[in-house]
Design a protein around this ligand. Sequence first.
Ligand code: SF4
Length: 673
Amino acid sequence: MNFRDSEEIAGLMMEKGWELTDSPEEADAAIFNTCSVRKHAEDRAISNVGALAPLKKKRPGLVIGVVGCMAKAHGRKIIDRVPIVDFIAGPANIYDIPAAVDAIMARRKDLVISTDKVSRPYIGNIAYHTSGISALVTIMEGCNNFCSYCIVPYVRGREVGRPADDIIDEIKALADNGYKEVTLLGQNVNSYADKSGVSLNDTSQSGTSPFTRLLGRINGIEGIERVRFLTSHPKDASEALFKAMRDLPKVCEHLHLPLQSGSDKILKSMNRGYTASEYLKKVELLRKYVADCALTTDIIVGYPGESDEDFRMTEKVMREAGFNSAFIFKYSPRPPAKASGFDDDVPKKVKEERNQALLRLRDKMSSALDREFIGGETEVLVEQICRKEKHKVSGRNRQNIKVVFEGGRALIGAIKKVKVSSVVGHTLAGTALLALLAAGLPLMPAAAETIDEYFVSGDYENTVREGVKLVQSYKEKDKLYYMIGTSLNKLGRYDLARKNFNILMDTAPKSRFAPLAQLGIADSYYLSSDYKNARACYEKYLSKYPKSEGGAVAYFRLAKCAQKEGNWQSARNYYQKVKSEYPMSFEAQTASDALRDEILFFTVQVGSFNKKANALRLCDELVKKGYEASIVKSSGDTEESYKVRVGRLGDRDSAEALAKKLRAEGLPTKVLP
Ligand code: SF4
């Protein structure tokens, strides 16, 4: 909800002619949207605001605001703690923010405190969303549940539903603008009732609720392909909801159902309104209707009075429920929530141990459930190009799990079937299925020349698909295995690629394609991030085929492996080797660039600017002061930025020392890499 609030605040400011920047140095106003749910989040917010002190000293005209739940909860005390703050505004006062900024800029006021409203006058009418594919849509504000540990009802007020027609109009407009997915937001979406006052218990349209009826209406909106929602309270998530999830094809198979604790004693003290066995029964019912539904949750450890036995019950319920993922929090008192008056009696060390134990359990469970996707197909809504691997795209499947596969910008916004081949962390990796395969159209085996054409034109799917049909009849089997192996590497099917390269090397060790196959095996390890095996295979290649043309590539990749493993001296040596032994190669030029590039050194970033002139100004100032400063241009998906970096240091300690010195001069610092 906070993320959507930030979007709304950005939208409100943009409506008044403001532009967004991610660089504090460039900003005329900095607005911190804060969360009060944990103490840790508040402490982080205060330290982020405080970090702007040097900038505010340099530019007293910079307007600094703290908004959101923390502003409502602490009011003026925030300004006592961080005097550089010019205004504060609670979650229900976000529409006052542009006026507050104006008043301070025009110095009509020195300070604005805007925390009087208990609920928003209207909800979610700002058409600004950070993604062009998937949008957050607020359907209600506030909460009536008063869980003992939670501050939300105090800072966001009581439940107020947004009129259903408004929600539908907003989603239709999103669909017209190309959005494919909406996530409906509310503290407890299952108790949604629109302003007409229709209550949760109104099941006059048998077996439905106002929320499921809303889901039904959204399901009918043309252009919207997927509907998600957050958050569901276990006491209110009903059979009607699970049936709707089963029957409405656009509603995704993912439910976030906060458990909080597996102990009935603790659940009662938390005022959650259900027992552990009632929770598990809900999960069972959900799975009866939506068998492939992913389930995620929130859990608090170290709540007042939580004994070892209570904690063990939480572990037990976690195992029984089978969560795909979970957010685990250490309890901290949040006045004025009821539990803040209880004795916070679980020692910090015990909270930490329980937190770690649940994180380990969660990771084990997630990874086992993620692996169940391997070998199967999953439907992905493509959202973006991968940040690090620009030849790949990422998106989420219907279970809300991230999926990565090879593809380009043209796929963004498309829904693709992906065959999952591996799991990296909590991300599924795979290959998009071809339209023809998806349509199940069998093809006649292609002629040999056609396979060559497929390969040369970069059509790797067809090279493999048709190539394997020709293995018996193809005259140059070694060449065919080479083409299939190389294509499989391109398609991310590394194990299969190695299999084909190994057949080539076993059956035709003297073939002109054998060195390429050895290189292909090394590449398959490199591309799957197995740098240890990649290194061994590139070294084998260099000793077996010392005069081969692929030497430049092998040394270059050895440098990359060393870099990935953090062995920079070795990386520099390999890059030097490429330059000296293969000076005319393509890799030599890239190696020179890499040797010049700060990535082989530690450096301190002191600013990132959208305008080159601003970066130049700071860079000049630093050079005048005797620093070795430079500008690195970086291209994001939508815009370019200019980063000012200082120093090229051989070790992290020296970089940290430099960062400290620069911080003392009021500069924000980030040690890279
Ligand atoms: S349901 Fe409980 S935990 Fe969730 S917002 Fe409401 S009071 Fe807080």
